[in-house]
Design a protein around this ligand. Structure first.
Ligand code: 5GP
Length: 182
């Protein structure tokens, strides 16, 4: 039994659950991108943990790059405002781009990002999100090709996901106790 952080109410996905999801996604991506020119683009900072695991589960030549956008700030509510803080270093023209994201909620961040990246003429552009909050009555602005798992509409932390820059290093995903952010 792993020790649960005192600020975490419930563990949603354990280290073992996550390892299984990553393995499944890696195998699928390896198959789909056979003979392609794959570039993984992680959205900083939340997606770095997932990116690190996912890239090692992919058995195909690939390049990686990073982008940073502002979306949430330090709060638990989406602002809907997206701004590029760090752009790519590499040219994606004619390459097969897969955006690696930590969590898809409204999808506004990714919608903006995809529009921006598609203007650079990649050969293909898809999304792989670790978590998807696709709860009833909620429609995401984009449709991800790869999904680790669906997630309830609660504020979650761990495995790269933060609250005010904390909890990213938890090896599992959990729901934060409301008193921590209230
Ligand atoms: P969207 O634009 O899809 O509404 O928001 C996506 C971004 O919001 C994610 O990349 C992530 O940074 C943040 N986010 C959304 N839900 C959560 C959550 O439950 N926990 C954390 N830590 N971040 C979240």
């Amino acid at each position: 039994m792993e020790t649960i952080h005192p600020d975490v109410e419930t563990v949603l996905f354990s280290e073992e659950d996550i390892a299984e999801m990553v393995k499944r996604l890696g195998a699928q991506i390896s198959e789909d991108y056979k003979g392609k020119d794959l570039v993984l683009i992680a959205v900083l900072r939340g997606a770095v943990v997932f990116m690190g695991d996912l890239m090692r589960a992919i058995d195909a030549p690939l390049a990686i790059d990073f982008m940073a956008v502002s979306s949430y700030g330090d709060g638990a509510k989406s602002s809907g405002i997206v701004r590029i803080i760090k752009d790519l270093d590499i040219d994606i023209k004619g390459r097969d781009v897969l955006i690696v994201e930590d969590i898809l909620d409204s999808g506004l961040t990714l919608k903006y990002l995809m529009k921006n990246l598609s203007s650079r003429n990649p050969a293909s552009l898809e999304v792989c999100t670790f978590l998807w909050k696709d709860v009833e009555g909620k429609q995401a602005a984009i449709d991800p090709k790869y999904v680790g798992t669906h997630c309830p509409d609660a504020f979650v932390v761990g495995y790269g996901l933060d609250f005010a820059e904390r909890y990213r290093n938890l090896p599992y995903v959990g729901i934060l106790k409301p008193e921590v952010y209230e």
